[in-house]
Design a protein around this ligand. Sequence first.
Ligand SMILES: CC(C)(COP(=O)(O)OP(=O)(O)OC[C@H]1O[C@@H](n2cnc3c(N)ncnc32)[C@H](O)[C@@H]1OP(=O)(O)O)[C@@H](O)C(=O)NCCC(=O)NCCS
Length: 377
Amino acid sequence: MSVISKGLEGVVATDTRLGDVRGEEGQLIYCGYDINELAGKASFEEVIYLLWHNKLPNHSELAELREQLAGERQLPDQVIEFLRTTPRTALPIDVLRTAISMLGLHDPLRTADQSLEAVRRRAISITAKVGVIIAYFHRTRNGLDLPAVRKDLSEAGHFLYLLDGKEPSKKKTETLDLAYVLHAEHGMNASTFSARVTISTLTDIYSAITAAIGTLKGPLHGGANEGVIHMLQEIGTPDRVDAYIDQALAQKKKIMGIGHRVYKVLDPRAPILKAMAVKLSGELGEPKWIEMSERIAALMKEKKGLHANVDFYSATFYYSLGIPTDLFTCIFAISRTAGWTAHVLEQLADNRLYRPLSEYTGDPVGKNFVPIDQRKA
Ligand SMILES: CC(C)(COP(=O)(O)OP(=O)(O)OC[C@H]1O[C@@H](n2cnc3c(N)ncnc32)[C@H](O)[C@@H]1OP(=O)(O)O)[C@@H](O)C(=O)NCCC(=O)NCCS
């Protein structure tokens, strides 16, 4: 009798040099670096390089990567046309998933040339375009022009430039860059697993990233950050938090941004984001969001022994940065594309098709076929 682990909990599906989530200690590692060692010191581009090459870049390697990314920002005309004509009510994360899939159509060698070098070039191209797709869709749905892509800005700075149509401040750019660094990699999470399963069939990287984005979208994964802001808006004021949580728990509702499959203690990214969120919401003059968040986190710890996860404070963080709520999961996707593509490359370098088993719980075998006109109503 085989042992079933629902949701593959506790199952080690592969080895990886990329990231480690140490749930008991509350530690997150990127290629040997504790996340606290990188946060606030390494740029997102340095982290991308680290994940793709297993080492931090020197000056010339970083300059080369920045140039490669900047040189790949231009979207194909047909993708821009799709962004212009897709319903403005479409969910941005759905638009992103579709646009990444479309990019594959513009790469005729996507399945014919699966050399690591070719896949690495595609990884650069996809990573460079994710933010452009999101910002362009946001602008067209609001009837705004599409500024030409630029080569002189960092990934975070360029996204903010396209989104707002104006030069972002250094501070805002650095703040978003920190969020990108914190979300870039997270072990065998659901979307990364999706990407690895997909590429393990030796399909193309566009398919793998499309699958990952579809997986990230769900409210139990990357969609939770949008759920947090909706919850805070629904609660409205700090004095209503206790009653809201009591009622939600009585109704067995999940509180978004709380709990984690692997972390049994505090998610190490949460305090970094919380500190930034406190600062930002203070500067914005709306400290109530963080006040409500802190009370929710305290109540959930007290009543259920559960801690806040990365999405809990990233929601207030993005909100305070002025990023529209329905783009939160997309911001997560921009950053996680670094991790997904690194996992795709790692999987391809030593591939074995993912093909687990399932335990059959259907009717006993031995049923006889009954022709359709003899079956009971
Ligand atoms: C992340 C998550 C899916 C992990 O779930 P899991 O490992 O499958 O854990 P379970 O859903 O089985 O939860 C275990 C227990 O904790 C409770 N629990 C877990 N997360 C909870 C939450 N956010 N709110 C309320 N209760 C929660 C469950 O109800 C369950 O309680 P029970 O044993 O009394 O039935 C889950 O914590 C969750 O749904 N969180 C909210 C969504 C979220 O923030 N996702 C982003 C993750 S980074």
